[in-house]
Design a protein around this ligand. Structure first.
Ligand SMILES: O=c1cc[nH]c(=O)[nH]1
Length: 364
């Protein structure tokens, strides 16, 4: 999947060398949390957080205090993503006894309003624990008939405190309803790698090769870990994906190493202006820049790899036909930028001049 560079004609039909036109496929946000965003809402002053548990309790407190509905906030962010060139996204949406299914319903309603422009997959995400937060497992199951597409999980050993029980529950639901799986794994070091190995074994045992993603996978970002190669090999055998976000100080994978072991990588925004982070723009062009910056991209090939991860690779993970079908400037679904080349686009991160869906300029 290539981008195409054309000379741009001005209003009078004169082409100009100083105003370039780069035509690209749409972008794919493979990991975002639109239900928690404050996009379009008043500024949220955030509390300090030293641990994952702090972040999670800040998150719940913030969500319970939001005045604007999930649908309004999610729609505002998802609209911004569309206008920034995103054509597909995988949304991790909280399901918990404290909030019931309202986040799932709100994000699904927002997605329906944007359906001509954006393919949205919803992961039922047990942010506050799947087994440890009693009643959540039943809600996750119910969510699969009420708008959620995938079964989510989170740190089975540390956060949920029952490694095997958590994986049993996640894979049982995936099997019962024929859904893919996407598990947040913040745990680092040997504990994180051991969980990756187990998820990979489960994936193969359940015949779910290619249908399981690990989000964040901080353990997979530490090349000093002796078990890293084996964990990456296990993931490759299971056809597992790693969704990384290049957010703040979060660890990022060594892309050469991950690719050498045959593990596929997709890119996402993670939390955009929510209790977890004041940053984020909803733009995958920005996020691609951050991936390049955080992974030390230097050569054109390295910058182009970041672009590929955010477009063609993400499209493969999400099964996005609109992005995958891009063939050049005449494509019905495309994004137009004032840029000379992909490397320059990734570094300069311009806003699109035009997003085109089904042959028509998107105006929202
Ligand atoms: O919202 C978020 C972001 C990162 N990690 C989580 O568990 N939740």
């Amino acid at each position: 999947m290539m981008a195409a560079h054309l000379a741009l004609e001005d209003h009078y039909g004169n082409s100009s060398d100083t105003q370039p036109l780069l035509v690209t496929p749409g972008f794919v946000d493979a990991h975002i949390h639109p239900d928690k965003t404050t996009w379009g809402s008043p500024w949220l002053s955030r509390r300090a957080a030293a641990t994952l548990e702090d972040l999670i309790s800040n998150d719940l407190r913030a969500q319970l205090a939001y005045q604007d509905s999930v649908e309004e906030r999610a729609f505002a962010l998802m609209r911004q993503a569309v206008l920034s060139g995103t054509m597909a996204m995988r949304a991790h949406v909280d399901v918990a006894t404290q909030i019931g299914l309202r986040n799932i319903h709100g994000v699904r309603a927002a997605a329906e309003r944007l359906a001509p422009y954006l393919d949205v997959q919803i992961v039922a995400f047990p942010q506050f624990g799947l087994l440890s937060n009693q009643g959540t497992l039943d809600l996750v199951e119910a969510s699969l008939s009420e708008g959620a597409d995938l079964v989510g999980g989170i740190d089975p050993a540390s956060l949920d405190g029952d490694l095997h029980g958590h994986l049993d529950a996640v894979f049982a639901l995936a099997n019962k309803y024929g859904r893919d799986v996407d598990i947040h794994l913040h745990d680092s070091g040997p504990e994180g790698l051991a969980q990756v190995q187990l998820i990979a074994e489960r994936t193969v045992a359940e015949g779910m090769q290619g249908r399981v993603t690990v989000g964040h996978g901080f353990a997979l970002c530490d090349p000093s870990q002796p078990g890293l190669g084996a964990a990456l090999d296990a993931m490759a055998t299971a056809g597992m994906w790693l969704a990384t976000c290049a957010l703040g100080a979060d660890p990022v994978p060594v892309l050469d190493l991950v690719e050498k072991h045959g593990v596929r990588v997709a890119l996402g925004s993670d939390g955009v202006r929510d209790a977890w982070s004041p940053f984020g723009s909803g733009s995958m062009v920005d996020r691609t820049h951050l991936l390049g910056y955080r992974t030390g991209a230097l050569t054109d090939a390295e910058l182009e790899r970041c672009f590929r991860i955010a477009t063609a690779d993400g499209a493969e993970l999400l099964g996005s036909a609109a992005v995958a079908a891009f063939f050049g400037p005449g494509s019905a679904d495309r994004v137009e930028f004032a840029a000379h080349s992909i490397p320059e686009l990734v570094v300069d991160r311009p806003s699109p001049m035009r997003v085109v869906r089904a042959g028509k300029t998107v105006s929202l």
